[in-house]
Design a binder for this molecule. Structure first.
Ligand code: ADP
Ligand code: NA
Length: 346
């Protein structure tokens, strides 16, 4: 059957950047637009994940609102996709606990995200004194909650970035371990990797574009004005070689801009080398104007939609949408939990 259950989540971190859009959200919309009518799509603003690091409560609420508005702005449709807040569906946390009771600490400690969030080297163990002092249980067991997010809806397909494929492997492992003792209840999901794996920072093109970098000029937000886009692209770190060529090793800055152009073209038909060839005689300045124009062309309707959602005269849009989305998500999760509780003996 063509019935798919698609699940993905994004943290409430305010307005997404171009890397989030090209690497994740655009894929979510594409899956929605191409889904068979019998498929189910669930997209969650994962606020329980956000609190694994310190948050300011008022800012977290504002960021959640901005993320919901952004999901609508990029083209998700609450009629076709179930858009909901993770904390409104308690079954995510309940299944996490049940999976925690069989998850291996050894397996979890080999995952790298808690290390990078604490800025620890890759070879440290969670049992090192330096790690134990800094590491909170929630940050360490974050992948178990992620596994629960996906498994509680019996998702068949999960679109994620490259950085998350390790966690999805862990989710499959949790599903198989549960099924081994309790019968075929959970579904090991398939990963859907986005073609835009790593959009790089504009100011440090050896790093990926991320909201965790201090310099706001390192990233373009999907709500940026044409003027802001132009300024950020103008100040992007490139080099003084005259001629536009695609060479990610030797010329990471200009190559990142070429890759952005490549991914902005939804069909992704002309290769980066072909694109570079089209622009080879342009000055860096003229090339950057072309890149800024293309980004603006793609983001202008998203930005307009974002503004209109944020300033919607119906000030209840967020709670209305969240209520409807979480009602449908609870129904999906509760159906799984009835089987899980039965199998475990709860
Ligand atoms: P950030 O790295 O800014 O903290 P998240 O980790 O919240 O972003 O990522 C949300 C989604 O966006 C994930 O699916 C992730 O793979 C994707 N993503 C984040 N940054 C990039 C990037 N620079 N290029 C491509 N995809 C990205
Ligand atoms: Na990240």
């Amino acid at each position: 059957s063509r019935r798919q259950v698609v699940f993905s989540g994004i943290q409430p971190t305010g307005v997404p950047h171009l890397g989030n859009y090209l690497g994740a959200l655009r894929q979510w919309v594409k899956l929605q637009d191409e889904a068979a009518p019998e498929s189910t799509l669930l997209y969650s603003v994962v606020d329980l994940h956000a609190i694994t690091v310190a948050q300011d409560p008022a800012r977290l609420r504002q960021w959640r609102k901005e993320m919901f508005a952004s999901l609508i702005a990029v083209g998700l449709d609450p009629k076709r996709s179930i858009i909901f807040c993770q904390s409104a569906v308690p079954a995510h946390s309940e299944l996490m606990w049940i999976l925690s009771c069989t998850a291996s600490i050894g397996y979890l400690s080999r995952m790298t995200q808690w290390k990078s969030k604490l800025a620890l080297p890759d070879n440290v163990s969670p049992l090192d004194e330096s790690s134990k002092a800094k590491l909170r249980l929630g940050l360490f067991s974050y992948p178990v909650l992620q596994a629960a997010d996906v498994l509680v809806h019996r998702a068949t397909h999960v679109p994620v970035g490259e950085d998350q494929s390790q966690h999805l492997e862990f989710a499959r492992n949790c599903a198989n371990a549960f099924n081994h003792t309790s019968g075929k209840i959970l579904v090991p999901p398939e990963t859907i990797l986005s073609p835009a794996k790593r959009v790089m920072s504009l100011t440090q093109p050896q790093l990926k574009m991320s909201k965790s970098h201090k310099n706001p000029k390192s990233r373009i937000l999907i709500s940026d004005s044409r003027d802001e886009i132009t300024k950020k692209i103008k100040s992007a770190l490139t080099d003084s070689i005259s001629s536009i060529t695609y060479d990610p090793q030797q010329r990471p800055g200009v190559s990142n801009l070429i890759e952005i152009l490549y991914h902005l073209d939804a069909a992704e038909v002309r290769s980066c080398h072909e694109l570079a060839h089209d622009y080879k005689d342009l000055s860096m300045r003229a090339f950057k104007e072309k890149v800024a124009d293309s980004i603006d062309e793609r983001l202008s309707s998203i930005r307009d939609k974002y503004e209109s959602v944020m300033h919607d005269a119906n000030t209840h849009w967020l709670s209305d949408m969240n209520e409807e989305g979480s009602r449908r998500a609870r129904a999906s999760a509760d159906a799984t939990m009835a089987l899980v509780r039965e199998a475990v003996g709860l």
